[in-house]
Design a protein around this ligand. Sequence first.
Ligand code: GLN
Length: 201
Amino acid sequence: MAAPVIGVLALQGDVREHVTALTAAGAQARPVRRPAELDAVDGLVIPGGESTTISKLVDIFELRDPIDKRIAAGMPVYGSCAGMIMLATEVLDGRPDQRGFDGIAMTVRRNAFGRQVDSFEAPVEITGVPGGPLHAVFIRAPWVERVGEGVEVLGTVADGPAAGRIVAVRQHNLLATSFHPELTGDPRLHAYFVDLVRTAP
Ligand code: GLN
């Protein structure tokens, strides 16, 4: 598979930035809003935005079942920020009616870094991404409080008040980051995901 087709869930959030980053990383990227569009992609990105809104729109656009089924069948998915929340099996400080895809066995806390540091930037070293730390941008970001069996921790915050917090994980074909690599013009994290899609069985 030379240039895999990767969809970006285009219900809410920073869709265009992910399309640009995926294209720069060698994928054919396109927005996904309908089940038929989902059928045509090899992998999916769930963008940053607002997980409670994305959760509602997933139902309205009748994408919940089709996405659940594709995930169960092994489709690679990458979730950033709100997308990470959508992939978690457990969400703390969520709204009672928000629902994700039960993809990665982890507990995430919404808006975890606190109001004082609503948004911040930090270098984060990611296992499997060569070339030094990524410049990670966090915007009302979740962190991962617990990971279950089979979940690989790929990155943690190095220092400061949030030192040691888990901000990048992978479980089989599912990848999630608390931060937004689509905002920095560095395609390495997207390249990692494009590779994952390209080599997925
Ligand atoms: N706080 C948002 C949520 O709960 C995530 C923020 C983001 O994606 N930048 O969904």
